[in-house]
Every structure is written in C-alpha cells, then in structure tokens.
Ligand binder design. Structure first.
Ligand code: ADP
Ligand code: MG
Length: 862
C-alpha cells in the first residue's frame, strides 16, 4: 500500500524549486513525517545542507528517527538522527535530524544563521506550540535577511492554511487527499458524574459485542496514571481476551513504545495519550474509544502559576481521534461524553502563545536582538500582560535590566537548555562551587517524579520513606536527593526501589539529565572541580533561592500551613513538606490543584526550601527595604506606625512604633475608603445629588467658575475628610457634605443655593425637592394637588428657567409633565379633573385650582 504523500512527490519537489516556503496539508498517516524529509534530501532540494524536522513531542522525534533510519537502512545517529532536550543521537553524517521544537530555538541563539542547514520542516504545526510559532517567525525573518536560500516547510493534518499562507506569502501550497474510510460515531446517552474515566471506558466497552470488533482497539486517556488504571480495569474483560494490552505514552521506555506501534502477531488493545492522536500512527485500528480528555499545559498570567490540568479536548481533536479508526477500513468511535457536551466544546484550543509562560521565549528573543517584543512579527501576538509577566520574572531573576535589556546574567543563562529559573540556579551554583549537586537538584525537579504517587494503603511505605530519607532537613530537594542517592547506591534496582515507592527508572533518568546539565554547565565555563568537597547545604539553598526568589513565602502562623507570597498572593504549603517549621521559604512548585474531582482549586506550595532573611538582601539589594512606614492594623482597626523589613512587597518582619504621622494616617485611610476597604456611609445619595446640582449650575452659568468634579477628585475630598484621624471608626460616619461645600468659595455656595436650590416652596408651604439628573433637565415631582394656588411653574436660575414638573396622581403615578403650569391649568386641567373626580371621589378637585389650597397644607395648617 503506497503512502498518499508519495503521489505528491513531484508537486512537493517542484514547489520547493520555485518557492522557498511550502505549506503542506495532508491527513494523518499520509506519510508526511516519515517521507517528506527523505524526499527532499533525495530530490536535491537542499544541496549538501541538513534538514531539521521539528516535532512537538519528544517521543515522536525519537520514534520517527528510528523508523526513518530503519527505512533508509541505517542506524539512528547515522544519516538520520534525533535530538531532544537533554538527549541526542546525531553524528558526523547526520543529514535528517528530528528535533523537538526548543532544540532549534536554542540552536538559533548560538548559530543565528543556521549555517549548514538547508531546510527546516515544522511538523504538526496545527498544535501551535509556542516554540513552533516562535520558530516560524524567526525563520521567516531569517529568510528575509541572511538566508534567502533556506527552505521552510510547514506541515499539518489539520491546518487553517489561509492565515499561514498570508503570513508566509509568497508561499507554495500542496494538499494531499488521504484515503479514509467512514467512521461511525457514538456518544454516551447520559452524562456520567464520576471522574473515574477508566471505569466509564470499561463499562462502555463492556456493552460492545467483542465478536464484532475486528482489528485493533485504541483507547485515549489523558495521562500515564489513567492509562494504568484503564489497563487494570480492562484486563479480564471479553474485549481484552486474545488481545495484547499495551500502554503508549511518553514516560515509557522506547522498547515499550515501539511495542505499541509495531504490528504484532496478536490483535492489540492500545491505551494511549494524545500521542496517538496525530503524532504517531497505529495501523489497523478499527475501534477508537475516546475518553475525551487530555493534559493541557496552561499558565495563569495574573498569579504567575503554571498549570498542567486535565481538560476536555476540542471538537477538532475529537475528530482527529475518531479518524484513527478509519485508516484501513470502516471503523467505529465511541465517545465517552454526550452529544450535548460535544456541542458545548470549543472548536479548537487556543494556541499556546496565548496560554503559556513566555519567559524562556522572551529571554531567547531578547538575546537575538529583538528588544521590543510587542513589535516582533508574531504569527499571532500574545497578550501584553503575559509578555509583561515574562519580563517581570526575567527581571526578578536578574536576566533583564531595568530597561528590559538582557544582562550578562541573562546571556549566561542561555547556555542552559533549562527554564530560566533553573538556568539562574545553575549560575549561582557556579559561584558557590556546587555545580554537580545543583545539576542533580535541577534534574530531579524537572524529570519524572521520583516518588510514585501514593495510594491509600501505603502507610507502611510512607514510614519507610520517612525512616530512610526523612529526618531533619531544610529543603524538600534534599529529601529527593537522599532518595536518589539511595537508589543509585543500589544500582537503580527496580525491586529495591519499588518497595520504597521509588521509581527506579525515573531515578536513573534523573542521573542522566543531571549529567547533561553538568555538561552544559561545563561548556558554559562554570567551575566544577573534580575533587570538590560535597556541596554545602546552605550554598545549595542559596542557589534555589536565586532561581525562585519570586516564589518567596512567609508562613502566616505556626498553627496552619497558610503562607503569604510575594505579589500579594496567598497559598498553602503542602502537608508533606519537610520544611513545615520554616518561617521563610521558597517553593519550586506553585500549582493549582484540583480538589474533589475538580470542584475546588487550591494553590499549593511544594518542593519547598527554607531560606534566611540575610540572603535576600545579598541576592537583590534593590528588592530589599527596611524602614518606618504607616500601615493599617486590621486587629486594632486603626492606623499605626511600624518599622518593617520587606522583600519586594512581602513583609518579613514588622514592629509597632506608636502613633503614626497624621498626614500619612489620613492619606492611608482615604486610600482604603477609595478601595472600598473601609465603608463610608456618609457618601450617600444626598452627596451625589449635591454634586449633580453643582454640575448643573456649572454648565448653566460658566461665569461662576464652579469647579469641575472628576472621579480623581474624590481622593482629595476623602483626604480632607480623614485628615487627623487614625481609626476606621472615626471616619466611617464623618459627614462628607460639609467638606464638599467647603470646596466652593462662599459666594459660590450662596449662588448655588440661590440659583440651583435644593428645594422650592410651594403655595401650601411645602418644600419640594428639585431633582437634578446627571446631564439632564432638572425637574420637580409632586402631587398635582400640591400645586393648587400656584399660577406658574416655579423657576430656578434667578427666575429665568421654569422647572419641568412631574404632576402626580394621589397614588404617585404620573399624570402629566409640563414646563408651563399656567397653560396646564387653562387647557389640560378641566378634562383631567373630571376623570380624577371619578377615580378619587374623596379628594377635593376644585374648579378653580388657583384659588384653592393644597390639601396637605390644610391638614398641616390645622
Ligand atoms: P503523517 O506524518 O502524515 O501522519 P507518518 O509519516 O507518520 O504520517 O506515517 C506514515 C505511515 O508510516 C503510517 O501509516 C504508519 O503506518 C507508518 N509508520 C510511521 N512511523 C512508524 C513506526 N515508528 N513504526 C511503524 N510504522 C510507522
Ligand atoms: Mg506526522
């Protein structure tokens, strides 16, 4: 069976001869990832240059390299190689290099012109990873400047090619139609409340007739944990009988990954992450069971918290997954959600550039000379606040200066294929002669978890762990390092490690990653003497602080695990942390955790390290403050003078120093009222009405030069009000109106009362209130009878402006509006009167209202 992409060979090569940019669309499984690079190499498109193929997933890069090397008859690391973060197999002869996206970006920082590279292929571009977007923008810029000869190919199965073709214009466009067979899609009839998606899968699959399922079954689950659970519940079911049950996810050893992809002698039931959605094709699948979930990386820019949460996949993803069942013959897809739920799902997930932490990207761009990132030619520009957040973090780490330009520290950080935090940590380690330990520490923090997730019955294991790795320690990292050393001393023996709940494979990998980090440290010129004494723990803790100073937390009290964080945040220290008694700490992980099946989200600090106050000052003297200030004591509910020490906005220590400065106290109370922290009951409707009166008169008679009152002026009024006060109680009920009146000159005050009076007197002596609407015509609303004896409309503005009258019936409903009372009496009244006599017979409706008296006045007169 020939792969569809091979039929496009001519079109692809021709497009690349006439254009430097190609957008290639072909369905999953057509042969894009495995065939196109070789086609380009053999077709002479790149001369003697290399081809870099960018993959969004490490596993895919590895598997593709193995597959293509085998197809072309060589070893991995020969003509075909791969390179992923911290692991590589490339050699002298490597021409096709499958890499993860970050690898090329880092390459660009050391080799900005990509010397020796003939083409770059961006695969799976529809995933819209941040790094792919950045790579696209930078390569387009490179083609426009130093490398017009570089070939750029963007490939995807589901591509919105329009926007991309516009962005890359002039670019060639090749599409291959794939062979696909129809896939019948079923939904669940009812919603399931349970969050145990594996049980739902097992139940739905239990209802199928196993005899009717020929070929392989592919089940999608969000992660390794759910995959394990699914395999457990499926084992022993009818559908599983006679099938090989295989997991597929990025944390498996390569051999097991291959086992899931390569055809075997037995039909298979494969449970996979979204790796099998488009990256990796498994032939022979006829039934897809889709849990509908995926782990999605996200970022909360407001609080600066990275999240990796299980989320519902989009409709586009669901369609891709369903398509996996129809590759070789008609198939079936079981969606474990309802049709209503499906309709509510988003069509597509937003691109990562809109969702993720941009700090590493920003640092790389700054280093490449892009200073103004808002002006960078993004394929899609990120929100300004997430750019700001990234620049702030880099500022905190000392990688950018005040002006936002990259510092020497920032440049040095680029030498590490690590998140800027860990790069900063490694630099500090270079200063403190503890590179090997710091590298291990960084590796442990980034690799797979060393401790397996604990089940409920694992009390004994927890005790064992405590006995061996617990005890006095000032950092959760040290506990991890002890466990790692223990596993290493046992040759990473899985059985020994397993008894203690340790993942031996993860430990082994961490060692390899640490060695990689140490090598990059060495390349970066950090000192790492062979026979250095073991690292001092305090030094290591200072390294951790350098990488996480913006995660500084101070415990609120000894009784709870609540902490105050920098930037006004609150969080809880993880219960299992070893530094529960530390008053001051930094957390390497701040994450949102779903609780009770996703109903609640708490912010949890983990991987914590105790730090000392003196270190903060040394680390960043600019962020350290000590001095007297005025603050509001929430317990005393009053303003007090304090002496305090702060690191940025986090108060480290505070002591009360008696009475505050009156000016400062008043200003603080005013600020709190403005922020709504102290209610001010006296700023009421009467105050607002007065302000509207002033505004009306100001517009009607500009020559009076009445002041204009803006929202900003409120603060000034409040400051006068609060001046000399120190308690919340004293200001809460203090009248506002006198302060506002004082704000007018005496003659202005008189003019206000004369020309725009608050009330006018009606014949019976009633004081009727005038309403001055915001920007509208002033009016007087009162019962019709109140105007008996009043010939004409009352006037304001010194008799020049008749008031608009709202004449009301005895039940307060409006009867008529008029500015001309005299004409109302003469024309409208006689008619209205006869009606009123019927509706309100007990009231007096005199024929001549001008000689009558208002009824209320009569009552009052008695
Ligand atoms: P695309 O990138 O268009 O989705 P691929 O080039 O990845 O397609 O795959 C083309 C075909 O090659 C698939 O149908 C699959 O059968 C086969 N294939 C790809 N990778 C492997 C592998 N690692 N092992 C076995 N077969 C593979
Ligand atoms: Mg592919």
């Amino acid at each position: 069976m020939e792969l569809p992409i091979l039929q496009q060979r001519g079109a692809i090569l021709e497009a690349l001869r006439t254009h430097h940019r190609l957008v290639l669309e072909a369905p999953t499984g057509s042969g894009k990832s495995t065939q196109v690079p070789g086609m380009m190499l053999d077709g002479g498109v790149v001369g003697d240059g290399d081809i870099w193929v960018l993959q969004p997933r490490r596993v895919a890069a590895r598997m593709l390299a193995r597959r293509v090397a085998a197809e072309r008859g060589g070893p991995v690391g020969g003509e075909v190689g791969f390179q992923v973060r911290l692991e590589s197999a490339v050699g002298q002869d490597t021409r096709i290099r499958y890499v993860t996206e970050g690898v090329l970006l880092r390459r660009l920082t050391v080799d900005p012109k990509l010397e020796g590279t003939g083409a770059v292929v961006l695969d799976e571009f529809h995933e819209r990873h941040l790094e792919a977007d950045l790579t696209l923008a930078r390569l387009a810029a490179l083609q426009n400047s130093d490398r017009p000869d570089l070939k750029l190919v963007v490939m995807s199965a589901t591509l919105e090619a329009g926007a991309l073709l516009d962005y890359l214009a002039p670019a060639a466009h090749v599409r291959a139609e794939g062979r696909t067979f129809p896939v019948e899609i079923d939904y669940l009839p009812r919603r399931y409340a349970d969050d145990r998606v594996w049980d739902v899968a097992a139940e739905a699959m239990g209802r199928l007739d196993p005899a009717k399922v020929e070929g392989d079954v592919l089940v999608f689950m969000p992660g390794a944990f759910e995959i394990r659970k699914t395999l457990e519940v499926l084992r022993g079911t009818l559908l599983a009988r006679g099938r090989a049950l295989l997991p597929l996810h990025g944390e498996l050893p390569p051999r097991e990954q291959d086992a899931a992809v390569l055809p075997g002698d037995q039909p298979r039931l494969i449970v996979s992450t979204n790796l099998a959605e488009t990256s990796v094709t498994i032939d022979g699948v006829t039934l897809v069971v889709d849990g509908g979930l995926a782990r999605v990386a996200g970022y909360d820019p407001r609080r600066g918290i990275n999240t990796l949460l299980t989320e519902k996949i989009s409709r586009a993803s669901a369609d891709q997954r369903a398509g996996r069942a129809g590759r070789t013959r008609p198939g079936r897809c079981l969606r474990l959600w309802t049709q209503e739920d499906h309709a509510r799902r988003p069509e597509q997930l937003a691109a990562e550039v809109h969702r993720l932490d941009l700090s590493e990207a920003v640092l790389a761009l700054k280093a490449a000379g892009f200073t103004d990132l808002a002006a960078f030619a993004w394929f899609e520009a990120p929100g300004p606040e997430s750019l700001q957040r990234a620049e702030d973090l880099l500022g905190d780490l000392g990688a950018l200066d005040e002006a936002g330009a990259i510092t020497e520290t920032g440049r040095a950080m680029l030498a590490f294929p690590l998140h800027p935090r860990y790069a900063r940590l490694m630099l500090e380690a270079g200063q403190r002669q503890c590179v090997p330990s710091a590298a291990l520490l960084a590796a442990l923090a980034q690799g797979r978890p060393l401790f397996r997730r604990r089940g409920r019955g694992d009390r004994r294991q927890a005790e064992l762990q405590d006995d061996l790795f617990g005890g006095e320690t000032r950092s959760d990292f040290f506990r991890l390092m002890r466990a790692w050393n223990w596993a290493k001393a046992r040759g990473f023996d899985p059985r020994a490690a397993g008894k203690l709940g340790l993942n031996a494979a993860a430990a082994r990998e961490a060692g390899a990653i640490a060695a990689q980090i140490a090598r990059s440290a060495e390349r970066a010129g950090l000192e790492s003497p062979e026979n250095a004494p073991p690292a001092d723990e305090a030094d290591l803790r200072r390294c951790i602080l350098a990488g996480f100073s913006d995660h500084l937390a101070r415990r609120l009290d000894g009784g709870t695990l609540r902490c105050d964080l920098i930037h006004g945040r609150r969080a809880t220290l993880a219960r299992e942390s070893a530094v529960r008694d530390a008053p001051l700490l930094v957390a390497a992980e701040i994450r949102e955790v779903e609780q009770r099946g996703g109903e609640e989200v708490d912010t949890l600090l983990s991987l914590a390290t105790e730090v000392e106050e003196a270190w903060l000052r040394e680390l960043n003297p600019h962020a350290w403050h000590e001095g007297e200030t005025t603050t509001f004591d929430p317990h005393l509910k009053r303003v007090v003078a304090v002496r305090e020490r702060r690191f940025r906005d986090l108060v480290l220590a505070r002591e009360t120093r008696g009475e505050p400065d009156p000016d400062a106290a008043g200003a603080l109370l005013a600020k709190m009222i403005e922020a709504g922290e102290i209610p001010l009951r006296t700023w009421d409707e009467a105050v607002e009405a007065w302000l509207r009166r002033v505004a009306f008169l100001r517009a009607a008679q500009p020559e009076l030069e009445l002041p204009e009152f803006h929202a900003e002026d409120r603060r000034g009024v409040l400051e006068v009000l609060t001046h000399g006060e120190v308690t919340a109680k004293a200001v809460r009920d203090k009248p506002v109106l006198p302060v506002l009146r004082d704000w007018l000159r005496p003659e202005q005050r008189q003019a206000l009362d004369r020309l725009a009076p608050e009330r006018v007197t009606l014949p019976g002596g009633r004081q009727a209130r005038v309403t001055y609407p915001d920007g509208g015509e002033p009016y007087l609303a009162s019962r019709l009878q109140d105007f008996f004896g009043q010939r004409e409309s009352p006037r304001i503005l010194g008799g020049t402006h008749p008031l608009l009258l709202h004449l009301l019936a005895p039940n307060q409903r409006p009867l008529q509006m008029t500015k001309d009372l005299a004409s109302f009496w003469a024309n409208a009244y006689p008619e209205i009167r006869s009606e009123l006599k019927i509706r309100y017979p007990k009231h007096d409706w005199p024929e001549n209202p001008l000689t009558a008296q208002p009824p209320a006045a009569r009552k009052r007169g008695k």
